[in-house]
Write a protein that binds this ligand. Structure first.
Ligand SMILES: CC(C)(COP(=O)(O)OP(=O)(O)OC[C@H]1O[C@@H](n2cnc3c(N)ncnc32)[C@H](O)[C@@H]1OP(=O)(O)O)[C@@H](O)C(=O)NCCC(=O)NCCS
Length: 132
């Protein structure tokens, strides 16, 4: 059961990008993803970085938690490999807000080990990005 209420990305595929655990609007979010076989890129079970990124992106969106938030840019590092079966936890924290721009720091952990770190710039629009 998630602590907090998701206000954005409500139709997202949680089996691909994770389940929200905790949301504090405009401040912080925690999202957990159990990696599965469909995420692997080879016979050794290496997980495609796009899924780790997707988890981190979703956590950034939920840290802002506004219906009209979108991801604008990201600067990321994949620091350790992820293998099928690993359970990942993304912790996203809003570091700075300037006008419509939200700077969100996201770290992803496998147990206590950091596997990914990134800085996400999110924009809160005054309308849905697909509406004129
Ligand atoms: C985020 C977004 C709404 C910003 O649009 P906007 O408010 O009209 O932005 P602006 O026209 O002020 O441009 C913002 C930046 O994009 C850059 N930009 C605009 N068009 C560009 C293009 N064709 N190529 C490269 N950069 C471009 C501008 O130079 C500006 O850069 P800066 O931040 O370094 O100053 C728009 O870029 C967008 O819709 N992006 C898609 C968001 C998305 O779908 N995210 C994934 C789903 S959550």
């Amino acid at each position: 059961m998630v602590k907090g209420v998701p206000k954005t990305h409500n139709k997202i595929s949680r089996e691909l990008v994770g389940e929200p655990v905790e949301i504090i609007d405009g401040k912080r979010a925690v999202v957990r993803l159990k990696t599965t076989d469909i995420m692997k890129v080879d016979d050794k079970g290496l997980v495609h970085g796009g899924f780790t990124f997707g988890l981190a992106d979703y956590a950034a969106m939920l840290a802002v938690n506004h219906p009209y938030v979108v991801l604008y840019k990201a600067n990321v590092k994949f620091v350790k490999p992820v293998k099928v079966g690993d359970v990942l936890t993304a912790i996203a924290e809003v570091a700075n807000v300037k006008d419509k721009y939200y700077q969100v720091e996201v770290n992803v952990y496998k147990n206590k080990e950091k596997v990914f770190t990134g800085e996400f710039t999110c924009i809160v629009l005054d309308h849905h990005v697909l509406d004129k």
